[in-house]
Design a protein around this ligand. Structure first.
Ligand code: ISJ
Length: 187
């Protein structure tokens, strides 16, 4: 059963971070340009994609921030929205939200609608046309997060990922491993 409240975090305000605002080992996770699925899979026995929501939605399902970032040249009325959790040995480690304008789904990219429980990264990183406008580390509701604007054959898609407290990005009780809002109160 998904924790629906976790998924709501994906539409909360995204606060961008600079490198000075988090420990180097945390920052290395947030700016990792390789597959996050593959990186997380190295820390568990079984990593699965659990689909929470997927389908076409109008622009009203996007946050203003998302809409401003992902709208391409076409005036898209519909967006393919995919919300997942990456679940490691039964424990959710990451919540992911991908927003794809309908105009980005032309040609081979139409297969993004048929991913099912295959990780988005498996498609992205086999594509010779993948490029990235930006990868921004950040915080959402007190959890480490990141936002990427990716392009396939020049067509945009926006990916937001929130690292959940059980993920290996948060060393257990290591000081400085949590965003400032989660730091244990100083005595
Ligand atoms: C982009 C990647 O794919 C992961 C899988 C996702 C999905 O299947 O929707 C979403 C977020 C990512 O963490 C990756 O592996 O880097």
């Amino acid at each position: 059963m998904h924790d629906v409240s976790v998924q709501r975090l994906l539409t909360h305000q995204f606060r961008a971070l600079n490198e000075a605002e988090c420990a180097p080992d945390i920052y290395s996770w947030l700016v990792d340009e390789t597959s996050m699925t593959a990186r997380l899979a190295a820390y568990c026995q079984k990593l699965e994609v659990s689909i929470v929501k997927e389908g076409f939605f109008s622009e009203h399902s996007l946050t203003t921030e998302e809409h401003g970032l992902v709208v391409g040249h076409a005036k898209d009325a519909r967006f393919w929205l995919r919300e997942v959790q990456l679940v490691a040995d039964g424990e959710p480690w990451l919540a992911g939200r991908t927003v794809i304008p309908e105009s980005s789904l032309q040609g081979p990219e139409a297969s993004l609608m048929a991913l099912g429980t295959r990780p988005l990264g498996h498609y992205l990183f086999q594509s010779s046309s993948l490029c990235r406008d930006f990868l921004t580390p950040g915080i959402m509701s007190g959890l480490w997060a990141r936002r990427s604007l990716l392009r396939l054959a020049g067509k945009p898609l926006l990916l937001t990922e929130i690292f959940l407290p059980a993920s290996p990005l948060y060393p257990p009780l290591a000081k400085g491993s949590l965003p400032c809002t989660l730091q244990p109160l100083q005595k």
